[in-house]
Design a protein around this ligand. Structure first.
Ligand code: BGC
Length: 743
């Protein structure tokens, strides 16, 4: 223990004369040295006012300030978890959560490259995403922006996203740092997370994004352990800057700097702001739209009176400008023109592919793939366009028109208005025309007892029914129940009572309630579609008819009942106006499947679950672990955290009658005290022809095998034996083994 504490480098945070925390300056580590040197040279020519100007949002357009005199363009930014928001001619991609559900790194990467291409074409310097908060509670309103309920999966997806967007020279922004796991009371709740859980669950995916070179971080609205995320010396200063050695720049979420916290925000490491100042512990702007940073702001006065040093302002400017150099934006970057047509057939095809490879097949009693010759009866408001223009049922809506009809993705500030949308019914009609079959549509959920339809079904031999339902989700509120909107569940049950082959297609942003209908004998197929973007119908048709053999897996657990989940927001909670309301992360490390495993709760469908039209065998598990005498401890900022300490291989074989892709998953049972029974530490996508076999390899890093040791503030390899579980889901384990490390 003593040795370990000596290994922890001297804390390099500085303190002001007044004792307030001041974040360490960027030091160019991790490949940023050249960019930082160039930034320092440029910033040294700026006046204080110019430096302050580049820390604030420009009023005219989403832009962080420029210094034209020196050729520094400033940074235009765009939101959008599903593409480039706020600009015409942008593609509406499947949700980030769908990308995660594909468990396919290549697909996640290609999705991000395409988003990066569209952003660049429009001259946008900064694209917001990846969102890497954890789907802690099942109805989390912004789960669509995130990568599911597991930190490892989320981290892998975050890294692919950063690499993909930044391959186009566009900065990517990881958000919402940190603890923004619920929308309920997001501006006046404090997420209280113990140190070990913070590191092993919530910081984890952000660390992977930093490792991938992410240029910027958006700090969140909420408090973290009692102080605002954008002015928090622990989460911003210690965790992000000291431990992760983040070299890029931090922007506040829109209006996330609150009155009275401007100085603390600057000193803790917030480098720039978007939006105006809010009143603390409320949902309200300070009257008169006041900016917290910039030449005419509290920050400017703080520099004048010495509570924020000019060297901190220099560091802000260095971080922002060095990212501009690092991404090559100083060279021939396209001029801003949000109306540039960034659409392409290539992107449409990619969206269709991501869609079909992210639809999770949950149940299939021989109904799918459809034969192509059956008559199809299609029910449900999500199968078509908006029928009613019904009043929007929620308090926070950016795109009310999208509540009915086909669900493309989550709503709120990152909603991308799709250039077009293919509904399930349209796609089925095209298919029916090509195959001389018939398809009938009955979309009105409020008229689900459609006697004419049911009479037709009764008279059609071999008819199949499809019920397409949705549960809208958005920024600004969490889903209180997980039941399909607009009498969706009643529609499913009604159709199933009349049609012996009923497939349910469910669109939402995370888990949904299946308990009233999933075991119905006539519900012979269930598909979790998530939000598929503009090609929704085509992606569904590809899976329904077996053009694409489904391979996606659930990036969350679907429980039998709401009470089975480890964390639900208190929906009655109200702001106190003078201090935070606390949200205690009492489940600790036991998020999602870890909770169900620990407490022996049987889920309806577990994390990692997903069926295929073929079957796969697993054999020949082999484990090679390091034989070196390892240091047991690695400090938080160790460069060894990503070193490989063990290699696991397994053979996967397609034992069925159709080519397909399998997603083998590796879970570790760590001997560390208090560790989850299983924690995901590897997955792969393996495409296999019939009877083909492939060896799959998983590399386990030092961080994968360590626990966060609060006492030593570092990553520690536990004593004892690791259990290795490899299988097709978190509960369908096919092979197990063990190994130990020497230290
Ligand atoms: C959201 C952010 C978003 C910002 C700007 C905020 O309401 O929390 O995710 O990036 O708006 O659009």
């Amino acid at each position: 223990m003593l040795l370990a504490s000596l290994l922890v480098p001297a804390i390099f945070c500085a303190n002001t004369a007044s004792g307030a925390y001041v974040v360490p300056v960027a030091d160019g580590s991790g490949g940023w040295a050249d960019a930082l040197a160039k930034a320092k040279a440029l910033v040294s020519q700026m006046t204080l006012e110019e430096k302050l100007n580049i820390t604030q949002q420009n009023n005219d357009f989403p832009r962080v300030g420029e210094v034209n005199r020196l050729g520094y363009t400033g940074l235009f930014y765009a939101d959008g978890a599903e593409g480039v928001r706020g600009a015409p001619y942008s593609s509406a991609f499947p949700m980030a959560l769908n990308g995660a559900g594909s468990f396919d790194r290549d697909l996640m990467y290609r999705r991000a490259v395409a988003i990066g291409q569209e952003a660049r074409a429009k001259g946008i310097n900064v694209q917001f995403g990846p969102g890497v908060n954890i789907l802690r509670s099942p109805g989390a309103g912004r789960a669509f922006k995130y990568n599911g309920a597991d930190p490892y999966l989320s981290g892998q997806a975050a890294a692919e996203h950063v690499k993909g967007v930044q391959s186009q020279g566009v900065m990517s922004t990881m958000r919402h740092y940190i603890g923004n796991e619920q929308e309920t009371g997001r501006r006046w709740t404090s997420s209280n997370i113990d140190d070990r859980t913070a590191h092993e669950v919530y910081i984890w995916p952000f660390q992977d994004a930093v490792h991938a070179g992410v240029a910027s971080t958006m700090c969140a609205y909420n408090g973290v352990n009692g102080s605002y995320a954008c002015s928090n010396p622990t989460s911003l200063g210690k965790w992000l800057h000291e431990e992760l050695k983040f070299q890029g720049w931090v922007m506040s979420d829109f209006g996330a700097i609150v009155q009275g916290q401007e100085v603390n925000s600057a000193n803790a490491g917030t480098d720039t702001v978007i939006g105006a100042t809010f009143t603390a512990y409320t949902d309200d702007f300070v009257q008169g739209f006041v900016y917290p940073f910039g030449p005419d702001s509290v920050l400017a006065s703080a520099v004048a009176n010495g509570t924020v040093s000019e060297s901190r302002i220099d560091d802000m400017a260095h971080r922002i400008v060095s990212a501009w150099y690092k991404l090559g934006q100083d060279k021939e970057y396209p001029k801003l023109n949000t109306s540039v047509n960034a659409l392409s057939q290539e992107h449409n095809d990619l969206i269709r592919e991501i869609g079909s490879k992210s639809i999770v097949l949950l149940k299939n009693d021989d109904l799918l793939p459809l034969s192509g010759t059956q008559s199809l009866y299609v029910f449900g408001q999500a199968a078509s366009v908006d029928l009613y223009g019904a009043p929007y049922p929620v308090s926070f809506a950016f795109s009310p028109d999208q509540d009915m009809g086909t669900f493309l993705g989550g709503q709120g500030s990152s909603y991308v208005t799709a250039p077009y949308a293919i509904t399930l019914f349209q796609a089925l009609q095209s298919h029916a025309r090509a195959h001389s079959t018939q398809v009938f549509g009955y979309f009105d959920n409020f008229n689900h007892t459609n006697q004419a339809a049911y009479a037709a079904i009764a008279n059609t031999a071999g008819a199949a029914c499809l019920v397409d339902v949705r549960h809208t989700c958005s920024e600004g509120y969490d889903r209180e129940n997980l039941t399909a909107s607009w009498e969706g569940d009643e529609t499913i049950l009604s159709v199933a009572s009349q049609c012996s082959n009923t497939a349910v297609i469910y669109s939402s942003c995370g888990p949904f309630n299946v308990s009233s209908w999933s075991d119905h004998p006539n519900v012979t197929a269930i598909l979790d579609a998530g939000g598929l973007g503009q090609e929704a119908g085509n992606s569904l048709v590809d899976v329904l008819f077996g053009v694409v053999n489904p391979s996606a897996r659930l990036p969350y657990t679907i429980a039998h009942k709401l009470e089975d989940y480890p964390a639900l927001p208190d929906f009655e909670i109200q702001p106190l106006n003078t201090s935070f309301q606390d949200v205690e992360y009492t489940e600790g490390l036991f998020v999602d499947y870890r909770w169900f495993d620990k407490n022996g709760i049987e889920p309806a469908f577990e994390f990692g679950f997903g069926l295929s039209y073929t079957t796969f065998n697993y054999s020949n598990l082999n484990i090679q672990s390091s034989t070196a005498n390892l240091n047991q401890y690695a400090p938080a900022n160790s460069t060894e955290l990503y070193d490989c300490l063990a290699l696991v291989t397994i053979d996967v074989c397609n034992s069925g009658n159709l080519a397909g892709s399998e997603i083998p998953q590796l879970y570790i049972g760590s001997p560390a005290d208090g560790a989850p029974i299983k924690a995901l530490r590897g997955f792969d996508t393996v495409g296999l022809d019939v009877r083909a076999k492939k060896k799959v390899e998983f590399q386990l890093t030092r961080r994968d095998l360590s626990f966060w040791d609060t006492y030593n503030a570092g990553w520690t390899l536990p004593d004892g034996e690791y259990k290795v579980y490899v299988g097709a889901s978190s509960r369908d384990i096919r092979e197990t083994g063990t190994f130990s490390l020497l230290h």
